[in-house]
Design a binder for this molecule. Structure first.
Ligand code: NAD
Length: 473
């Protein structure tokens, strides 16, 4: 299937999810149409001089919804990117931001390249030129459109984008807020790198905390002891796996670009990462069985499957062979609409992408706030909090006549620093959003799964903006 066809299918899947959820609301038809359509798409082509001659580089930026500004969404570098894929991803961003109460509209960008086929200097030139094209059309800026990392991009590309933007708009005091996912020295925030994976873990933790839902799946509550498989050991997959393991879950399978491995008594994640760095592959890892294909990794028996690579990974073809009870969609759109039907008939609980991978945009929002306020979270209050706790502990020591140990005092009497606040803000966001979405599922007869509930949640919130503007009755 061509990249264009894949993009079309992805967009069709997102639209089907929207239509299903829209039918479970009472909003006017015209308003639903306005929420569904993509507001603007900018298609770009520019030349790049490489060692092997000139190449034409294709890129896009889609701003799905201007109901709130700025719009926000990652930039991906992938030779599979297409315009429809970018629109689908921008659409998901609108709903995602609404679900986690991040006050942005949705956007997404892509450059149609395989970054592995370009050297660092070429990648820098591509990134800077793409940014200039966005600047020319006002498709980037702290008040209009704020990109972030996605598949194939990271803090390095975000630093190039910020630097290019600041070269054009050095007079703007908030210029650094033109992009998020920057490294901390470049104006980023602690906790952003791991945010999407950490948010995925918080989402799974929340889902696994509901006894009645777990009972239906034949599982105990909690993450501890659950087996899981991850597809894609990139930024999102690695961090999701890391936090699940820290909470006591057992990583029994990994699927990566080069193949898949299985080890029922648990894979040591850090050793696997080091092994892959050294050998270039996860295959042949000590004690694990190599599977015949990377697709086979998705079919390993487990309690939780975390697809964290790309869209369209679970289709009607392989869905019957998926052998898990819960799927946490860390990637965007890993399950096609047809596959979802099959999985639900099998009783699989799907925690949708629009909710579970919203940790990245949530912490990006915190980074943007930090850039606008020009102060690190925790800087003003940390010492004050610590002193206040110290005073309380002194009183407790006096009244109880018990002296605290140094460790006890240090554990309690500490002020929150930036990472503490980011983790706490993210956990609260993921918890509130999950429970709100679950309530919609429990209370609306027309809603039959978490994805539809999440979309209803999003549609209601976006609709509210238009009601308040008086555009729709
Ligand atoms: P990444 O580039 O860091 O990692 C992706 C990993 O998937 C790579 O290791 C790659 O080798 C692997 N992979 C690619 N194709 C594969 C295949 N067919 N089978 C198995 N593995 C494969 O990207 P990322 O930032 O971790 O993003 C992963 C997904 O999460 C994407 O769908 C992205 O849109 C989504 N997402 C990312 C963020 C973020 O903050 N980075 C936020 C929200 C959603």
């Amino acid at each position: 299937m061509s990249a264009e066809q894949q993009g079309q299918n992805f967009l069709a899947s997102v639209d089907r999810y929207f239509d299903k959820a829209a039918a479970a609301t009472n909003h006017p038809k015209g308003l639903l149409q306005q929420i569904k359509i993509c507001n603007s798409v900018y298609s770009i082509k520019f030349p790049l001089k490489t060692e092997n001659g000139y190449k034409v580089i294709k890129g896009w930026r889609a701003e799905h919804s201007h109901h709130k500004l700025p719009v926000k969404g990652g930039i991906r570098y992938s030779d599979e990117a297409s315009e429809d894929e970018v629109i689908a991803l921008a659409t998901l961003m609108t709903y995602k931001c609404a679900i986690v109460d991040v006050p942005f509209g949705g956007a997404k960008g892509a450059v149609q390249i395989n970054p592995k086929q370009f050297n660092k200097r070429e990648l820098e030139r591509i990134t800077r030129r793409y940014t200039v094209e966005l600047i020319k059309k006002n498709f980037i800026g702290p008040a209009v459109d704020v990109p972030a990392p996605d598949y194939g991009t990271g803090a390095r590309e975000m630093a190039w984008i910020a630097d290019t933007y600041m070269a054009f708009h050095g007079e703007q005091i908030d210029a650094l807020g033109c992009v998020t996912g920057k490294s901390v020295p470049q104006g980023g925030i602690r906790g952003r790198t791991e945010a999407t994976g950490l948010g995925t873990y918080y989402g799974l933790k929340e889902a696994c905390a509901h006894e009645e839902d777990m009972k239906k799946l034949g599982l105990e509550t909690g993450i501890e002891g659950k087996t899981f498989v991850v597809q894609g050991l990139g930024n999102v997959g690695y961090h999701a796996a890391k936090f699940c393991i820290e909470a006591g879950a057992i990583l029994v399978g990994v699927s990566e670009y080069e193949g898949a491995i299985h080890k029922s008594d648990g894979i040591d994640l850090e050793r696997l990462m080091a092994y892959r760095k050294e050998t270039g592959s996860i295959l042949g890892f000590e004690g694990a069985t190599d599977l015949p294909s990377r697709e086979a990794g998705l079919e390993i028996e487990c309690d939780i499957l975390i697809p964290a690579a790309l869209e369209n990974q679970i289709t009607a073809e392989n869905a019957p062979r998926i052998n898990t009870k819960i799927i946490g969609e860390a990637a965007n759109g890993p399950i096609t609409a047809d596959a979802e039907k099959i999985l639900e008939e099998k009783g699989v609980m799907i925690i949708p992408d629009v909710y579970i991978n919203a940790g990245g945009v949530t912490v990006s929002y915190f980074e943007w706030l930090k850039n606008l306020s020009h102060v690190r979270f925790g800087r003003m209050g940390k010492r004050f909090e610590q002193a206040a706790y110290d005073k309380i502990l002194n009183i407790i020591e006096k009244t109880t006549e018990r002296s605290l140990t140094k460790e006890e005092r240090e554990m309690v009497a500490r002020g929150a620093d930036e990472a503490d606040l980011v983790y706490s803000g993210l956990e609260e966001t993921m918890s509130v959003a999950y429970n709100h979405t679950r309530e919609i599922l429990m209370s609306n007869d027309k809603v039959d799964n978490l994805r539809t509930a999440a979309f209803v949640n999003a549609i209601d919130k976006v609709a509210l903006c238009y009601f308040e503007l008086g555009i729709f009755p």
